[in-house]
Design a protein around this ligand. Structure first.
Ligand SMILES: O=C(O)CCC(=O)C(=O)O
Length: 337
């Protein structure tokens, strides 16, 4: 057998453990930067290699999955809180989104749709805003130690929850990127976390997303990159643009069919939406929180211009409800978990 032929040798650099970092092509450097960051952490992470690959995936693809992050008991407590709220919904100042009305208090929703939710039906894509203010279990999911830790590494800052959304069934939402709609004080400092409250069936209208799309050029709404009252272009045009630009970059869509308790954390500019529901008998229960950096975002959307009252939990923060402060933490099934 012939010896392999080498172009040359490196007599002065043997033995060496890795490439010379000064000569690395620029696209090979992010991994090195991540490596240096993780190696400098005190205390040392339990699985430094895993953390490095998660941060690298974030950098390239714009998301990280945390399998089994949320314990089933906490999710069950959240579901018990939800059932208690639905049984007394008129006494809550929760706001809801749905197909047939603009955002409004849950007390103003037609009773048949609340009865539908109790029976796991949802023909109007109803979803709740900011359930975490009432539910201790929801708070503990928004600021779960696993979630706070991961977002803490991504931001290199402690997270603050900007809002939460509770889904009962597939949203079938158009493709979008959150930064255009969720006004973090610093728009680039926005992260979402999607928690599966049950095993998600492929026909239930799972979350879909386009890895890498956070790097694509931004959509122009006619008045810039944010959706405003003056925008002349529509959410559907945003959706079409995001698919077009992803296609031109060779990026492809994926769907998320997690198990109960899995979490997906995504970049505020990552393209995502709700896949079509192919079986309307299926629920798709999920809980979403959006975050920014606690060092840059201080107000609550429900009381703009006022410094929000913060609650600290597991190293992160959320805002006490500015619209119903006396009922904060009224739903307590998660109190001792
Ligand atoms: O769960 C979904 O279908 C979409 C969630 C979403 O777009 C969001 O929370 O930003």
């Amino acid at each position: 057998m012939q010896e392999p032929k080498y172009a040359g040798t490196h007599p002065d650099r043997i033995p060496f453990k890795d490439f010379d970092s000064d000569t690395l092509p620029w696209l090979d450097r992010p991994a090195l930067e991540i490596s240096r960051y993780v190696d400098s952490l005190v205390p040392r992470p339990v699985q430094p290699g895993l953390l490095k690959s998660q941060l690298l995936q974030w950098m390239v693809q714009g998301y990280v999955v945390l399998p089994g992050a949320i314990q089933p008991a906490l999710i069950d407590a959240y579901m018990a809180d939800m059932a208690e709220m639905l049984a007394n919904h008129r006494t809550f100042k929760l706001r809801v989104d749905c197909d047939i009305h603009p955002v409004r208090p849950i007390a103003e929703i037609e009773p048949q749709y609340i009865e539908d939710l109790k029976a796991d039906r949802n023909s109007i894509h109803l979803r709740l805003n900011d359930f975490h203010n009432y539910s201790i279990a929801a708070k503990k999911m928004s600021l779960h130690p696993r979630v706070v830790e991961m977002i803490g590494h991504i931001f290199r800052d402690r997270p603050v929850v900007l809002q939460s959304l509770s889904f009962f069934t597939g949203s079938e939402q158009d493709m979008h990127a959150d930064f255009a709609f969720v006004p973090a004080c610093v728009p680039s400092q926005l992260i979402g976390c999607w928690i599966a409250l049950e095993d998600i069936h492929v026909d239930s209208g799972p979350l879909k997303y386009i890895p890498g799309s956070q790097h694509c050029p931004k959509f122009d709404w006619g008045d810039g990159i944010f959706r405003t009252d003056k925008s002349t272009r529509t959410a559907r045009q945003f959706h079409d643009y995001l698919y077009d630009v992803a296609r031109s970059w060779g990026l492809t869509e994926q769907i998320f069919t997690p198990k109960k308790g899995d979490a997906l954390i995504w970049h505020g500019a990552l393209t995502h939406g709700g896949a079509p529901v192919r079986n309307r008998a299926l629920t798709r229960k999920a809980y979403v929180s959006h975050y920014s950096k606690s060092s840059t975002h201080f107000h609550d959307f429900r009381a703009p211009g006022v410094r929000a009252e913060r609650i600290e939990m597991n190293g992160g923060f959320l805002h006490k409800s500015p619209i119903d402060p006396q009922n904060e933490d009224r739903l307590r099934h998660g109190a001792h978990i």
